[in-house]
Write a protein that binds this ligand. Sequence first.
Ligand SMILES: *Cc1c(COP(=O)(O)O)cnc(C)c1O
Length: 402
Amino acid sequence: MKVTRATFDEVMVPNYNPAGMVPVRGEGSRVWDQDGAEYIDFAGGIAVNVLGHCHPELVGVLQDQGSKLWHLSNVFTNEPAMRLAAKLTDATFADKVYFANSGAEANEAALKLARRFALDKHGEDKNQIIAFNKGFHGRTFFTVTVGGQAAYSDGFGPKPGAVDHCDYNDLAAFEALISDKTCAVMMEPLQGEGGIIPPDADFVRGVRELCDKHNALLIFDEVQSGVGRTGHLYAYMGLGVTPDILTTAKSLGGGFPIGAMLTTTEIAAHLKPGTHGSTYGGNPLACAVAEKALDIVNTPEVMEGVLKKEALFRELLEEINNKYHVFSEVRGKGMLLGCALSDDYQGRARDFLMASAEENLMCLIAGANVVRFAPSLIIPDEDIKEGLARFERAVARVVNAK
Ligand SMILES: *Cc1c(COP(=O)(O)O)cnc(C)c1O
């Protein structure tokens, strides 16, 4: 059966509007489409393909596990899930892990756990959840309500209640909002979808202190920032602030869907048998691949490589900007970078995305004013150089079309 991009419009629910080309094969940071055209991948499946496409060791473990055991459900446990949980707890502040299948599900578990913990310990009045404007936490109704973007959460009827927002990096506004009724605070330690917005160090420390003062749990959503992307295994490690609950997904499976919620023994104890669950969560195929991805990423070579590659990106982007003056700044950390557009190009991130596609480069946007790069953590330097040469041509297209 022959399918083309036109088939998408015939048979798919129209909530997505994918690019014109249809990829069929990937290797490292290169992708080929149905017509054999080759692309450089700076999108990384939205910060997921942490080791590029079809990394031989991930393919190996997928094939190996695929001929042993695929799925059981949580009526039984399995070896890959327990090994992955042991490695995640060894590598982080956490003692316990809950597995899910996506970022939204990991966050849903975190929010439900925080509510249950507060109910058990402090009673039903302690139920407020605070999150930040421009935050993104997923698309289930609870997580999208906690996310700070009305465009995503409105238009679906009554929302889950007791969720409040204030501006990121505004400690005074946060201090005015938090109280003894606050059950939890959910934040990204580097806002991704909202525009690659790094936190001020004082802000994160202040949020932690105020959470402690009011007995509120601090939940770090590291679905996008986690698994080596910032040059630390988790971004909190570079901020000197430890959360009570951490969620991770995207890069965790290197392309195989998996999410996880990490927390302490004391907090975890409140999700007693029967309180929460998932049919697929902790599936052996997903956990086997994630275990291998974590083994490879959590090494000094890969982490140091991320920072070297960031420096190369920044140097070459600065050269482009010196010629074309299209960015006001390049921000973010490691292999999660955003080019914020200058005043003359406000609202035109999509134009840069489309021009990049014309130049056989896959990239992302983060809102209307930021071009985002979230490539493989081990993207070869040659691919960074060739990709940015293509990006420069794309920038020239946008500038000249003005
Ligand atoms: C992508 C993302 C999510 C949602 O993850 P899904 O796997 O799409 O459900 C949640 N939080 C952050 C910070 C994200 O970037």
